[in-house]
Design a protein around this ligand. Structure first.
Ligand SMILES: NC(=O)c1ccc[n+]([C@@H]2O[C@H](COP(=O)([O-])OP(=O)(O)OC[C@H]3O[C@@H](n4cnc5c(N)ncnc54)[C@H](O)[C@@H]3O)[C@@H](O)[C@H]2O)c1
Ligand SMILES: O=c1ccn([C@@H]2O[C@H](COP(=O)(O)OP(=O)(O)O[C@H]3O[C@H](CO)[C@@H](O)[C@H](O)[C@H]3O)[C@@H](O)[C@H]2O)c(=O)[nH]1
Length: 465
């Protein structure tokens, strides 16, 4: 089948690449010319500058110019297309409602071209972007206004998590299609023929509204699990050192009805989806006359969680003013270079507000994205941020370290800390990454982790007594 993918970020590039693996002729289009030029080189480094996902660059290299083509013009590729995916950003607007400006901009370029095409075959336009309930129906209306002939619309939300984008596109938990017309269901069954009768993958056909709603409900439920563990279980364990959170988690999730997903307590969930999708759902419910106390709390708990470790340290009399702080982990989770809505961003702002003298950062993948975000032109205080090639380098000369991402390499950070910095020193562990924290405390370091009581350096305690 001839397929066009509009928007080539995490979702669009992955989807285009995996569709090309299944024998479709895929044209991936983006307004960002530099991005398209980078993909066209076929060079791993160039591709990963934009989307860094395991195996993705290899598929692009393999399929490039055979069944996968990149372009920044839609007109030359429109004839004969059967399925068009919209994979453009749908961020939160200032009021929390979904900002559909990129989506509508893409539609306004696409619709006149479709209205003028010579080919009379059926074409279905598919929302893969996460869009509010009712967007597919509004799209059908727009297409009607442009008098596009023989066109259908469908909703096919994407559920992939970053870091596993290729794996979850090749083997999703479900493929969800919302449409009204049997011709459109049929076109998408052909496109996804590898999944239609799969023994493990659920292939679900429903209304566009149900598909759109499912994406928001799924993300908000996952987000709720995280805020429950952070806001209830972790807080409880912070009240009594005899509550051991890791064992509590094992005990609770041993029940097959309770998922372990979400139980990994943290200094807040980040990423491009949870925050903006829950805000959008809140807006959609309120517009429909509903109250949203649960979702409001889920969001608020998570926002507070991002910088809560700093407050816990301050409650123990620690001040960050004039201090040098190492921040290790900038990505919103391990195995990605994405820093959108990462807790590290909130930590940087909170540390600058507290008057730190320097923030020394390290991340195995996300340094360049952070460099691009924190330019001194945006805020002169950002010149206090420096970027380092290892955790050890970032720790040098620091008075405290914040661990903000669950990179596995941070499990060995205790040794680096002991070799690089001497007490008095504060360790803020947002991901419970240090299995041997007790030894650090015995060696004179203060340790505060999500889900554990504050552990004051033992030598310091002795001096005080
Ligand atoms: N990132 C994820 O893990 C994920 C997972 C599921 C769903 N989603 C949803 O998928 C959508 C895309 O997310 P993403 O993370 O891939 O975004 P992204 O920011 O990584 O990529 C979006 C791409 O769209 C391009 N673009 C913007 N406006 C355009 C236009 N008018 N025409 C053509 N291209 C345009 C941008 O240049 C960019 O390359 C969003 O709705 C998001 O909520 C994302
Ligand atoms: O037990 C956990 C699990 C996750 N997280 C954090 O939660 C955030 C989101 O993680 P994850 O869901 O793995 O990443 P995303 O790539 O944002 O994926 C979510 O958002 C996507 C975009 O909508 C959806 O497609 C996915 O299904 C959904 O999992 C990250 O900061 C994680 O570190 C925790 O703190 N504890």
């Amino acid at each position: 089948m001839k397929v066009i993918v509009i928007g080539t970020g995490f979702v669009g590039l992955t989807h285009a690449a995996v569709c090309s693996e299944y024998g479709h002729e895929v044209y991936a289009y983006d307004i960002d010319r530099e991005r398209i030029a980078a993909y066209q080189t076929g060079q791993r480094q160039e591709i990963e500058r934009y989307v860094n996902e395991p195996e993705l660059a290899a598929i692009v290299q393999e399929r490039l110019a055979r069944s996968l083509f990149f372009c920044n013009e839609l007109a030359p590729i429109i004839e004969g297309v059967e399925v068009i995916f919209l994979c453009v950003p749908t961020p939160a607007g200032l009021d929390g409602a979904t900002d559909l400006s990129s989506y509508l901009a893409a539609v306004s370029v696409l619709a006149p071209l479709l209205a003028q095409r010579r080919d009379a075959g059926r074409v279905v336009i598919v929302n893969k972007s996460t869009v509010p309930v009712g967007t597919a129906r509004s799209l059908a209306q727009i297409l009607q206004e442009y008098q596009v002939p023989n066109v259908g619309v469908a909703s096919n939300p994407e559920f992939l998590p970053e870091g596993d984008a290729v794996e979850k596109s090749r083997r999703p938990d479900r493929v969800l299609i919302g449409a009204d017309d049997q011709q459109d269901f049929q076109l998408l069954r052909l496109l996804y023929s590898q999944f239609v009768h799969h023994v493990r993958i659920r292939y679900i056909e429903t209304t566009p509204e149900t598909a759109e709603a499912s994406k928001y409900v799924a993300n908000s439920l996952l987000f709720t699990a995280i805020s429950f563990w952070n806001g209830v279980a972790a807080r409880l364990a912070e009240t009594d050192e005899k509550i051991r959170l890791d064992e509590l988690r094992m005990a609770v999730t041993a029940d097959s009805r309770i998922s372990p997903w979400g139980s990994y307590v943290s200094n807040g969930a980040g990423g491009s989806c949870f925050g903006k999708d829950i805000q959008s759902l809140i807006r959609q419910l309120r517009t429909g006359g509903q109250q949203t106390p649960l979702l409001d709390s889920v969001y608020a708990i998570n926002e507070e969680q991002k910088t809560y470790l700093l407050e816990r340290a301050e409650q123990q009399g620690i001040s960050f003013q004039g201090k040098t702080v190492a921040l290790v982990g900038l990505a919103f989770k391990q195995r990605t270079n994405d820093i959108r809505d990462a807790s590290s961003l909130a930590l940087i702002e909170a540390l600058l507000q507290r008057g730190v003298s320097a923030i020394r950062t390290y991340d195995p993948m996300a340094l360049n994205n952070a460099r691009r975000m924190f330019t001194p032109e945006k805020n002169p205080l950002y010149s206090k941020i420096s970027y380092h090639e290892s955790a050890q380098e970032a720790l040098q000369g620091s008075h405290a370290v914040c661990i903000s991402t669950d990179w596995q390499e941070f499990r060995g950070l205790s040794r680096t800390i002991r070799q690089t910095v001497s007490p008095p020193y504060v360790i803020l562990d947002g991901r419970r990454m240090l299995p041997d924290a007790a030894e650090l405390v015995r060696a004179g370091y203060d340790y505060v982790a999500v889900g554990s009581v504050y552990l004051q350096a033992q030598e310091q305690k002795a001096e005080e007594q």
